[in-house]
Design a protein around this ligand. Structure first.
Ligand SMILES: Cc1cc2nc3c(=O)[nH]c(=O)nc-3n(C[C@H](O)[C@H](O)[C@H](O)COP(=O)(O)OP(=O)(O)OC[C@H]3O[C@@H](n4cnc5c(N)ncnc54)[C@H](O)[C@@H]3O)c2cc1C
Ligand code: FES
Length: 344
């Protein structure tokens, strides 16, 4: 059975098959709604159900607390229509033009970076190039049928190799493999690109970028692509890590500062040891942003990294620093542990 979905605020309509999520049905119809994990864990696809019945699907209560569900919200990557429905959602135009593909790739190089990051360079088959928007991610397809998401750290103009920055998640099967047994020339399969984390170029607002750990990967792609295109909006990057050595490419944003007027870089360290001799900013990375930008009303913020940082930044920037909620763009690096409290 087919149900009709109406996006009330834009008037667009599309069909959804029985059992199909609202997000998937929208994507099939060429309409892109904001999304990240597609797993009910990050909350990026949250929107309001205005009319009709849905099956809310399986999701984490961190991504959709009961009070928000009662207030009419749902996660469209999980929600499946049970009748014709009307929703309110933001639409994202740009990502829809790009074809999602499954491709094999060869591990070209594995580069250890900092204490818990690996830079993985993937080579595509001869004459293949991946079209993507800077900031998007791919899913590595594993033999057991599961997937692991990683953001591309290279900008589209620099597409000789696909570059991924992979944080080692203790007890995580794929990242354990990357750190312990993966070898150069191994073959992987992936699908992509996915996601709606990219620079909104139609805006002229100054940009604040916030990364924690390997959240630097998509932000690097966004910044390098913006430089290449000659985007002249002021950009300030905050990069947070536990110890200075965990800012595994610290020299790169330092070079951008030297070369690019209008670009600023603030490294922020949360757990420096005396032997680190750290004299820079200390504490949580999103707090450093709030100290420097107590009023974010005229800015756009792009945040990437561990879910606790992304969630705290979204909440505090909106509630305490007047950032309009729709000017916060993020990819939350959720793992299986974030889905662990998935509701039936
Ligand atoms: C859109 C997106 C983009 C991302 N981009 C990046 C990136 O660029 N760089 C990066 O480093 N990361 C990124 N991530 C995060 C990355 O996908 C995860 O870290 C990765 O999938 C972990 O895989 P794994 O197999 O090592 O761990 P998993 O097997 O996923 O396990 C993760 C943790 O959960 C625990 N766990 C597993 N199953 C359960 C369970 N049922 N209950 C409780 N705990 C459980 C494991 O012990 C482990 O500690 C991204 C995530 C998303 C959603
Ligand atoms: S995209 Fe739906 S919760 Fe992450």
């Amino acid at each position: 059975m087919t149900h009709r979905v109406t996006i009330r605020n834009t008037g667009h309509q599309f069909p959804a098959q029985d059992g199909e999520s609202i997000l998937q049905a929208a994507l099939n119809a060429g309409l892109v709604l904001p999304y990240g994990c597609r797993d009910g864990a990050c909350g990026s696809c949250k929107g309001r159900l205005v009319e009709g019945q849905i099956d809310y699907g399986r999701y984490s209560e961190k991504a959709l607390p009961p009070a928000e569900r009662e207030g009419g919200f749902a996660l469209f990557c999980q929600a499946k229509p049970l009748s014709d429905v009307a929703i309110e959602a933001r639409e994202v135009r740009k990502a829809g033009d790009i074809q999602v593909r499954k491709l094999p790739a060869r591990v070209q190089k594995l580069e250890r970076a900092g204490s818990d990051a690996m830079i993985l360079y993937l080579k595509l088959p001869a004459n293949e190039r991946l079209m993507f928007l800077p900031g998007q991610y791919i899913d590595i397809l594993l033999k057991d049928g599961t997937r692991r998401s990683f953001s591309m750290a290279n900008a589209p103009h620099d597409d000789e190799l696909v570059q991924l920055h992979i944080r080692h998640v203790p007890g995580g099967s794929f990242t354990d493999h990357v750190f312990k047994t993966m070898k150069e020339r191994d073959i992987l399969r992936f699908e992509g690109p996915f996601g709606t984390f990219f620079l909104r170029e139609e805006s002229a607002k100054p940009v604040v970028l916030v990364a924690s750990g390997t959240g630097f990967a998509p932000i690097k792609a966004v910044i390098e692509a913006a430089f290449k295109k000659g985007v002249s909006r002021p950009m300030t990057l905050y990069w947070g890590a536990r110890r200075p050595k965990d800012l595994y490419l610290n020299g790169l944003p330092q070079r951008w500062v030297a070369e690019r007027p209008g670009f600023k870089y603030v490294p922020v360290i949360s757990d420096a040891l005396p032997q680190d001799g750290w004299k820079g900013r200390a504490g949580f990375v999103h707090r450093a942003v709030m100290e420097d930008f107590p009023d974010l009303a005229g800015h756009q913020v792009y945040a990437c990294g561990v879910p606790i940082m992304v969630d705290s930044a979204r909440r505090d920037f909106v509630q305490k620093c007047r950032l309009p909620e729709n000017e916060f763009y993020a990819d939350s690096f959720t793992t299986a542990a974030d889905k662990a409290d998935a509701r039936p």
